[in-house]
Design a protein around this ligand. Structure first.
Ligand code: ADP
Ligand code: MG
Length: 408
């Protein structure tokens, strides 16, 4: 069974109360930003290709209060105080502090780099005047599982400040700003997919995103109506070569595009002969070209209301990521193979690879069997126990209205 996650409304009310205890004043509001699962389209984003993620019903909540210049010491006017309920063992909160005037790339470490990156992007890329603020974070997106807990944090801070400071930024612009925050401030060479899903997702739908034009469309994903679930299998492993592997794959793709005379692999038509490439580059390119085609095929099938039918494409994506792109690992392969053997309609690793999570498309009545089979297989191989939970396509980020008053 899923660990029970309280409704967002309850979480937001609790967070507001906790905020008042921590900072001695009520927050100006609470904002929510979901994590995401990528249904299909892996390692295509930085190749200007297609992706099909969906926002999930697990989210980061932030309670925020802007500093009041007239009632607080002037020296603290541009100070940002942060606290998260995700804290080291034995500690109630993980706390951090920075001042906006002194922000420079790489200058803030730990989790505070994400909110600081957003502030940096708002100031340096959007030209916003950002005052100091207090923030309390609580997230139900598992950290480091490939469900983009980091973007949930960034997007929650972005939508909060956009509203509080009346910046009027639209969602595609906010997506680009959080990418700027990651790339320029945090120093992670990530694409645009995760924050787009978190910002533009819609309940019951996936987000079909063209990473070249940044055009996006929602595509229906009516899992429940088809008696289906998406089961996440978080392997809880991250292999140490994940970062190096990611940049090596990016360079292979760039080399492949250059050798084929294209600006990016998106400009290489499906069916182009890859014979002139060395064997490794050919495999990498073959994955990306095939994966773009699979995304388009999944979109066509979902539009034709054939949700169960996408299973084989998910499984084909995994085979390509494992054999051609070589970013899977024994834990992910075991999760996928076991889920399929136990009756899943399709399964694949999701996210960058070398650990993190797999997803399986399962019929509701077979979910328990798939879970049990995966747990047993991991135990038998002596792998760490995976975390298993289902996710639903949820709405993108926004404000949570909190109706409570102290003393009631
Ligand atoms: P992923 O985004 O796949 O979960 P990352 O390594 O990109 O993994 O991001 C995880 C990091 O995001 C954490 O190490 C932490 O710095 C930050 N983070 C995510 N959620 C929280 C949280 N609830 N509280 C504090 N930091 C968080
Ligand atoms: Mg991340």
């Amino acid at each position: 069974m899923n660990a029970p996650v309280p409704p967002v409304q309850t979480r937001a009310e609790n967070l507001s109360r906790r905020f008042a205890e921590v900072y001695g004043a009520e927050p100006d509001g609470v904002w929510r930003a979901p994590g995401r699962v990528n249904l299909i389209g892996e390692h295509t984003d930085y190749n200007n290709g297609f992706v099909l993620p969906f926002a999930i019903d697990r989210s980061a909540l932030v309670a925020v209060r802007l500093r009041r210049p007239d009632s607080e010491p002037e020296a603290e006017a541009d100070v940002v105080r942060l606290a998260s309920t995700y804290a080291p063992d034995g500690e109630a909160l993980s706390r951090a502090l920075f001042s906006i005037g002194g922000l420079e790339p790489g200058g803030v470490g730990g989790w505070a780099a994400y909110p600081a990156g957003v502030v940096y992007a708002l100031v340096h890329s959007a030209g916003a005047a950002v005052p100091g603020f207090d923030l309390l974070l609580d997230s139900t997106v598992p950290v480091g599982a490939g469900l983009s807990s980091s973007h949930a944090v960034e997007v929650a801070v972005t939508v909060a400040l956009n509203e509080l400071l009346e910046l009027g930024l639209d969602r595609p612009r906010m997506a680009r700003l959080t990418q700027y925050a990651e790339n320029e401030f945090v120093g992670a060479p990530t694409g645009i997919m995760d924050q787009s899903a978190s910002l533009m997702g819609q309940a019951g739908s996936a987000l079909f995103l063209d990473c070249r034009s940044l055009d996006s469309e929602t595509v229906p994903l009516p899992l429940a109506r088809h008696g289906l679930e998406v089961l996440v299998i978080d392997t809880r492993v991250v292999h140490s070569h994940a970062d190096g592997g990611y940049s090596a794959r990016r360079s292979s793709c760039e080399r492949g595009a250059a050798a084929l005379g294209a600006a990016s692999l998106r400009e290489v038509p499906a069916g182009t002969s890859l014979d002139g490439l060395d064997a490794e580059t050919r495999r990498r390119v073959r994955h990306v070209l095939g994966e773009n085609e699979r995304v388009l095929q999944v979109v066509r099938q979902l539009r034709a209301d054939d949700v169960g039918g996408i299973g084989t494409l998910l499984t084909a994506s995994h085979a390509s990521l494992r054999d051609d792109f070589e970013v899977s690992c024994p834990e992910l392969d075991l999760a996928v193979d076991t889920a399929l053997a136990a009756g899943a309609l399709g399964a694949r690793m999701t996210g960058g690879g070398f650990g993190g999570s797999a997803i399986a498309l399962v019929r509701q009545e077979e979910e328990e069997r798939v879970r049990a089979a995966v747990l047993a297989a991991f135990a038998e191989r002596g792998f760490p126990e995976p975390a298993l939970f289902t996710v639903l396509p949820a709405d993108g980020a926004g404000r949570v209205r909190v109706t409570w008053s102290r003393g009631e």
